[in-house]
Every structure is written in structure tokens, then in C-alpha cells.
Design a protein around this ligand. Structure first.
Ligand SMILES: [Zn+2]
Length: 499
């Protein structure tokens, strides 16, 4: 046996097992041959096992690779999938057809929980065979959202009707009521809340329970906007440098009033670059009438009473007592419709300060004819001459200065036609009268004048008041007499028949 082992070990290094087996010496005993055979079988088994392992590794690597390509985004493979159709429209693709049913059920349950009523989905769901790459497949989680955005069901909702016209459907009665209140407050927010007596709508506004598609249910804010504007149209303008309401309105063929009414919260005088203006003129579906109690103070006019004296002409008058306005407190109910006043009703009126009558003194004499008499009277009786006609400090004084208190009455020296009444350079406020026959008179530095160009005046008519307007050092009348335009000395004409 020992001999055999040596031989075997030597041959093992150089030859394969079959050769060893063939070259086994005859001397080997039967038993030893059996042992060797056993050994050979064992070796072959190991070999087969290794081969099997290699093959299966290849298969595994292969299938892992396939799997990799299939599970990662690539353009190589389109494999079997299922298309989900909602109401005939393909909305997505999935790998497993069996996930559709439970997802629909889950959506239905969730909606029922949220709305608290039994709902039946009204969509038609279909599933068809298709092929898709992984990138085109909708995951199970996403399928829920994709389907939910498409589902339609009927729910009990609340429709807002204005004069029978449905202007929007909201999900609850509470939301509908709040919505109508918010429309009303849109038209009342600008008012002092304590002044509001009543808020009504001209139209018949009703909230009705309706069975509606969930897709018809609107956000209350959206419905509010729609009711106020009367449209869903949106058109905005961002204010740029140099813009005014006027130019913007003109550019968009709107009237100024339209642009103002489209922007009730914006002040036309204070727009700034970057401000957003609405260009859609609102035509509200609703007319909100707001009755407000307002209290205002108003001026109460005074009366004028006359006192008659014989020494004055009947077209002359002087104020003896100055009139004073009174004040009354007026409480009224003002009705405004969508912000525009439509009526005002006075409830109470209380005079809190009485007016004081004005007393005027006037004459009883008929005035003389309004034309020149040919005789000049003193235009400012009881005055003193402060500067005479003629050469004066290197110049020439073209009239006679007559000093008297500011406000004193200046009379026309003779009748005639007023040919100038107003500011006249260094003369200040001035009146010039044409008396005919080439004679005119000028009355300068007046504080006030009571006639206008073209007026016909009689002799002695009060035409103005003494003042210090123009180039003057104090209150006085600068009186001029002109003959064919040339100034002559007034001292030679006052109290004189001049023509
Ligand atoms: Zn003068």
C-alpha cells in the first residue's frame, strides 16, 4: 500500500488521473484499486460542481445586468405595460394592471371622508395593454395623485344665484354666506362702520343647494372677484415713469372715470412707478346699496336789510352792519349704490349758530344822468393836497396827490364812460373816465375799484377806494385831468366849468 501511495503521488504531479489509473501496476491489490476509484469519483464531482458554479454565476450576472438596464432609465428597452384611460383619454402607464382598482377605491374612500357624503366616481376607467420604457411608467404613489386630479363626482354644493343667474358654486352653505357678506363688505369697507344703517342688494340673491360636479366647485375668492368685476377677464398695467391716469386711460381707450372705477383703492394723484393698475372696468353682478347716516355742518346764509336815507342816490349803498353766516348741523341718510350716491334725505336740521343780518344803507334820490356835465367836482372831499402838479425832484408830477384814510370813497369828478379799470403799472389800481370834449380823468393807487371798463357813470358816483397800490409811499389819490391826452393841472379844473 505504501508503495502504491508513492507511485500515485509521483504520477499525480505529471499525469492525469486516467493515465495514473492505466499505469497502475498489476501488483496493486484489488482493495487498493477500489480506494483509488473512490478517490477519482470524488475528484470528478468537485470538477462538475465548479463548472456548475461558473455557469450559474454567468446566468446570474446576465440576469442582473438585464435587470439593471430594465430598472434604470435608458432607451434600450420598452417592455410590457398597461395604459390607464380615464374617460377615453390615456393619462398614464403602469407595470401592474392590478393596482388600478385599489387606487380608485382609495380615492373614493378619501373623498368620502373629506366631504362626509357618499360619492360615486363618474369617470370611465379603462386599462389596455401597451409597452413602455421605465421612464414612462407612473409609480403607484403617483398614480393616486394623477387619478385624483381627474376624478369627477357629484356632491351636494351651494350655488349663488343673482336674479336667477348662477354666478358660482361653492362647497358649503357657510362658504356661500361668507362670500356674499364679503362682497357686501367690499362696498362698505371704506365707510365709517358706525355710520352704516343698512346694507342691501338690489338684486335677489339666493343660495341654493345643488348636486354639482366636483369640478364645478370654485374657490370662494374667485367667485367673489367674478361677482364684483362681472367678468373673469384680467388685464393689468404696471405704472412707468411719466405715466398719469390720463395718459394710461387714453392709451387703453378708457375714460378717466372708467380707470378710476377699475382701481377703487388707488389714488389717481399718487400713482408711483411699479404700481399695478387694473384695466378691466368692473360691471358688478350685484348692486350693493349702503344707507349711511351722516352728520354735516353747513353754512347758513344771512339776510340783508336796508335803511333808506335821502342824501344818497338810490343806486348807491354802504354797508352799516357786516353780515355773518350761521352754522347748522344736518343729519341725513345717504344712499350709495356700489359707491355712487343715489339719494340724500335730510332727517334733522338744527341751527347751532344763528346768522347775523347785514344792514345796508341806500338812498332815495334818483341819480343824475350818466354823462359829462362839463363841470368837475372834488373827487375826494375833506382830503389834503400832499403833492401838487408840476416839476418835482427832477421829474414831472402829472397829477395832484390828495391824502385821506385808506378805504375812503373816491367819486367821479364828472359823469362819463369808464375807459380803463384795472392795474396800470406804477399807477397801481386805476380808473380812467372819458367825459367827452377831449377830457379824461385818472384816479390812481386805489385799494379797490367798483367799476369796469365800459360802465357809464354819473358825476359823484363812488368808483373806488383810496389805497397805496403801484408806486406810492402811503394812502392817497393821485388825480389827473387830461385834455386830448396831455396832463393838465387839476387845481385849475376842480370846481370849474371846463367845457
Ligand atoms: Zn401823484
Amino acid at each position: 500500500m505504501e508503495k502504491f501511495r508513492k507511485l500515485f503521488n509521483r504520477n499525480l504531479k505529471s499525469k492525469n488521473d486516467n493515465e495514473i489509473f492505466k499505469t497502475l501496476p498489476e501488483i496493486c491489490e484489488k482493495k487498493e484499486r477500489q480506494v483509488f476509484n473512490l478517490h477519482l469519483n470524488y475528484k470528478n464531482q468537485i470538477k462538475s460542481a465548479i463548472s456548475l458554479l461558473c455557469v450559474s454565476s454567468l446566468v446570474l450576472i446576465g440576469s442582473f445586468t438585464l435587470d439593471y438596464f430594465e430598472n434604470h432609465e435608458n432607451n434600450l428597452f420598452s417592455t410590457e405595460s398597461f395604459s390607464i384611460l380615464v374617460d377615453g383619454e390615456e393619462i398614464c402607464k403602469v407595470r401592474k394592471s392590478e393596482i388600478l382598482e385599489p387606487t380608485i377605491k382609495e380615492i373614493e374612500t378619501d373623498i368620502e371622508k373629506a366631504t362626509n357624503i357618499d360619492v360615486v366616481l363618474e369617470n370611465k376607467f379603462e386599462i389596455t395593454n401597451s409597452v413602455a420604457k421605465d421612464s414612462e411608467i407612473t409609480s403607484e404613489e403617483n398614480l393616486y395623485n394623477v387619478l385624483k386630479s381627474k376624478v369627477k363626482y357629484k356632491v351636494l354644493a351651494y350655488s349663488i344665484n343673482i336674479d336667477g343667474q348662477n354666478v358660482g358654486i361653492v362647497e358649503s352653505e357657510q362658504a356661500a354666506n361668507n362670500l356674499i357678506e364679503s362682497v357686501k363688505s367690499y362696498f362698505t369697507d371704506n365707510y365709517e362702520q358706525s355710520s352704516i344703517v343698512a346694507v342691501n342688494t338690489v338684486e335677489n340673491v339666493q343660495i341654493k343647494q345643488v348636486k354639482a360636479d366636483n369640478t364645478q366647485i370654485k374657490d370662494p375668492a374667485e367667485v367673489k372677484n367674478y361677482i364684483i368685476k362681472g367678468t373673469n377677464e384680467e388685464k393689468k398695467y404696471i405704472v412707468e415713469e411719466g405715466d398719469t391716469y390720463w395718459t394710461i386711460a387714453g392709451h387703453y381707450n378708457m375714460s378717466l372715470d372708467e380707470l378710476i372705477s377699475a382701481n377703487p383703492t388707488s389714488d389717481p394723484e399718487r400713482i408711483q412707478i411699479g404700481d399695478e393698475l387694473n384695466l378691466v372696468v368692473p360691471k358688478p353682478f350685484i348692486s350693493v346699496q349702503v344707507k349711511r347716516k351722516i352728520v354735516q355742518e353747513e353754512k347758513v346764509d344771512y339776510e340783508t336789510s336796508y335803511e333808506y336815507v335821502s342824501y344818497m342816490y338810490n343806486d348807491e349803498e354802504t354797508e352799516k352792519v357786516k353780515g355773518e353766516y350761521g352754522v347748522s348741523k344736518i343729519e341725513s341718510i345717504v344712499t350709495e349704490q356700489n359707491g355712487i350716491q343715489i339719494s340724500k334725505e335730510v332727517v334733522t336740521e338744527e341751527v347751532i349758530k344763528s346768522p347775523k343780518s347785514r344792514v345796508v344803507v341806500t338812498g332815495t334820490q334818483d341819480p343824475p344822468p350818466k354823462k359829462g356835465t362839463g363841470y368837475f367836482i372834488n373827487p375826494l372831499p375833506a382830503s389834503s393836497i400832499s403833492s401838487r402838479f408840476g416839476s418835482r425832484s427832477g421829474g414831472f408830477h402829472t397829477g395832484q396827490d390828495m391824502a385821506k384814510a385808506s378805504g375812503s370813497s373816491i367819486k367821479a369828478a364828472d359823469g362819463g364812460t369808464v375807459i380803463y379799470a384795472g392795474w396800470h403799472g406804477s399807477y397801481g389800481l386805476m380808473v380812467e373816465i372819458d367825459h367827452g370834449g377831449g377830457f379824461t380823468t385818472r384816479y390812481a393807487h386805489c385799494s379797490d375799484i367798483y367799476v369796469k371798463s365800459g360802465d357809464k357813470v354819473y358825476q359823484g358816483k363812488v368808483i373806488g377806494a383810496v389805497g397805496s397800490t403801484g408806486v406810492s409811499t402811503g394812502p392817497h389819490l393821485h388825480f389827473e385831468v387830461r385834455k386830448y391826452g396831455t396832463a393838465v393841472n387839476p387845481a385849475n379844473y376842480i370846481g370849474v366849468q371846463y367845457r
